[in-house]
Design a protein around this ligand. Structure first.
Ligand SMILES: [Cu+2]
Length: 90
């Protein structure tokens, strides 16, 4: 259905990531990240981006609706690094 390609550019000074998922999955993962801040990710629904670098997520959505995303680096989610991808029906 909807193919989503997102290039995330990190122009900051610290590592960020973009993770797509349900709010519950994001929050669960965030708790794990707080205990393991050096976690590296290779899953398709997430990308970790070092300072000055770019990363990409390519994702196939199967239904219309809103899908959450967030940066799960410790402290970042709490600082408001989150948002919604709006998947259109057509
Ligand atoms: Cu971040």
């Amino acid at each position: 259905m909807k193919r989503f390609a997102s290039v995330a550019k990190n122009s900051g000074k610290v590592k960020h990531e973009m993770v797509l998922g349900t709010l519950k999955d994001l929050k669960d993962h965030y708790e794990v990240m707080k205990k393991n801040p050096e976690m590296e990710h290779a899953e398709d629904n997430m990308v970790t981006v070092a300072p000055g670098k770019s990363g990409e997520i390519i994702w196939q959505f199967t239904k219309a609706g809103k899908v959450d995303f967030a940066c799960l680096q410790p402290g970042h989610y709490d600082a408001g690094m989150k948002g919604l991808v709006n998947v259109a029906a057509k």
